[in-house]
Design a protein around this ligand. Structure first.
Ligand code: ARG
Length: 569
């Protein structure tokens, strides 16, 4: 596609004699279309040229020569030079690009040859998968798909919490009362009950606590009985988690959780010991981080057992060697900010190549707040995720039944709409913000929601179905799409690739979610302003082609977020 920024940068270079790439970087796309299609903010040059921005703008403008096939109008507003592109050329360029790439429109090869490890979801086995894990799952799942689409070699890892002293306890409880519980039918709930019961007993009886500690030690040493039970807990838990992942279209390339590193921590300790920075403190081995203004990172507890942090350090070593990562991204709640800061700091001592240390990145996100406390248990946020997802589906079914009682496959549609609503709600605001969980807001077909995007998609489908054909790009008369409403749609279409690029630059899927709302809204006003079917063939074709592109991008974009599109709703 013709690079409009490049054209403008070239003209600016001729007029100023400054470096083209720098000028190009400064060029902006104004939010308000009445300010032109591109704008050059002259204050960026004020320091170099030692002049006031409006003065710079006037002087550049006097010398500016633009190709009229590309730029039709140049206007100075204060310190800005606003450029208006030739609409016809622009529309034609966008449609041509779409025609050439079709389903691949928006992708690029920016990720070629780059390895990206994305760690997400990472629930704890034998414990409920709660709504906090949902955010990691959904945000990480979207990032995984988007990186892939942009050509990165992407490795999705579920760093399961399948290790630690609590397993010594669950094993002890299971040994004592396993028969009393329906662990096979309902593993996580039942194991949680066992855990709570044994914990109570441990508080009352030191002897039991010692037995639990013993079990964990045996587990670490590979004792057959303990390993067998632990494996059973893990398998049963995964079976439950996988039901959730299937609903949410989530995939992983690796399920190596904490236990995987149980035999890989000695190396970490040895490497740290060599640096001379691993010191004793109250019987534990720690790395002092006073200089970095942080609490120390505990590497080995006083009883000799390893820690969550040590397992993360072992994982960094393993991932660097196994995946040669350019980035290793951790999609984990901001509550663990300190943990990752400590781990990344200590990782500098492992003797790894700079590349790996610099590639570590914590991608934090905010909490989920419930508008009504209705579904929460006494602990607050411990809502069972599967129940919540099923409730989303049954609520969506009610809405669909109300709006379209004759619809076929209502259950299937409700599944896509309900889950789409939950996923979109999770992704529609910048991730660091706390998320508000409110059924009515997220299921509103007119709001900035998943169902709204699906609804607009379904509309594009039904327009095309009514027409019965998709016109050929070559036959489109772009003049017909020059009205404001159509042109706004074309401009939004043109932004798709750039939107995806921004998502990976900031690890922020909400940028794509917002984009889908914008595209839906611009299509909606195009649709309300322009008759599509029943117009003269030439007009119908042009509008139909625009409708076709919008539908496809909405689908591609939604799928990248993990949302499925219904054909009707
Ligand atoms: N299992 C942990 C939890 O549920 C999250 C793991 C985060 N990842 C990591 N590499 N530490 O809180």
């Amino acid at each position: 596609m013709l690079d409009f920024k490049e054209e403008i940068a070239q003209a600016l270079q001729k007029a100023t004699g400054l470096e083209k790439e720098e000028l190009k970087n400064y060029i902006e796309v104004p939010k308000d279309a009445s300010m032109g299609d591109y704008a050059f903010p002259c204050f960026k040059l004020a320091k170099t040229l030692k002049k006031a921005p409006p003065m710079i703008a006037t002087e550049i403008n006097e010398k500016l020569e633009v190709n009229e096939n590309v730029i039709t109008k140049v206007e100075i507003v204060g310190g800005y030079i606003n450029f208006y592109v030739n609409n016809n050329t622009f529309i034609n360029e966008v449609l041509k690009e779409y025609d050439a790439k079709k389903e691949q429109y928006g992708n690029s090869n920016m990720g070629e040859g780059k390895n990206i490890v994305i760690e997400y979801s990472s629930p704890n086995i034998a414990k409920p998968f709660h709504i906090g894990h949902l955010r990691s799952t959904v945000i990480g799942g979207a990032l995984y798909k988007i990186y892939k689409f942009l050509g990165y070699n992407t490795i999705g890892i579920n760093h399961l919490g399948d290790y630690g002293t609590q397993f010594g306890k669950i094993i002890e409880g299971y040994k004592r009362w396993g028969e009393e519980y329906q662990v096979e039918e309902n593993p996580i709930d039942e194991l949680t009950k066992i855990y709570i019961r044994i914990n109570k007993l441990c508080e009352e009886d030191e002897e039991v606590l010692n037995l639990c500690r013993d079990n964990f030690k045996k587990l670490e040493e590979g004792d057959e009985y303990c390993t067998k039970i632990w494996q059973k807990f893990r398998d049963l838990s995964l079976k439950e988690f996988k039901r959730i992942y299937d609903m949410l279209n989530i995939n992983f390339d690796s399920w190596n959780g904490e236990a995987f590193y149980s035999d890989k921590m000695d190396e970490v300790i040895q490497k740290l010991e060599k640096t001379g920075k691993l010191v004793e403190s109250e019987g534990a081995k720690i790395i002092d981080l006073t200089e970095q203004n942080m609490a120390p990172c505990i590497i080995e507890k006083s009883n000799g057992s390893t820690t969550y942090a040590t397992r993360d350090l072992a994982a960094i070593l393993y991932r660097a060697r196994t995946y040669d990562f350019d980035k290793d991204i951790y999609v984990v709640a901001y509550e663990q900010n300190l943990h990752f800061k400590q781990v990344f700091e200590v990782a500098k001592l492992l003797g790894l190549d700079e590349k790996y240390v610099n590639g570590l990145e914590h991608v934090p996100f905010g909490m989920v707040r419930l508008k009504t406390g209705k579904m929460s248990t006494r602990e607050g946020t411990l809502i069972k995720l599967e129940d919540l997802l099923n409730e989303a589906i049954s609520r969506a079914l009610k809405v669909v039944e109300e709006k379209n009682p004759d619809l076929e496959n209502k259950e299937e549609v409700a599944k896509k709409v309900g889950l789409g609503a939950v996923i979109f709600n999770d992704l529609s605001n910048s991730r660091i913000k706390d998320e508000v969980f409110d059924w009515d807001t997220m299921l509103n077909f007119q709001g900035e929601t998943g169902p709204y995007v699906q609804y607009i998609y379904v509309r594009t489908k039904s327009v095309l179905e009514k027409a019965g054909y998709v016109p050929e790009y070559k036959e489109i008369n772009t003049n017909i799409l020059a009205d404001d409403a159509s042109y706004a749609v074309v401009k939004t279409i043109a932004n798709f690739a750039d939107t995806l690029k921004q998502v990976v630059e900031k690890n922020e899927p909400s940028i794509l979610a917002r984009y889908l709302i914008e595209l839906s809204q611009s299509f909606s006003s195009f649709y309300n302003n322009n008759k599509i079917i029943g117009e003269e063939k030439e007009v119908q074709d042009a509008r139909l082609y625009l409708t076709y592109i919008v539908g496809n991008i909405l689908k591609t974009g939604a799928n990248l977020l993990g949302i499925e599109m219904p054909d009707r709703m």
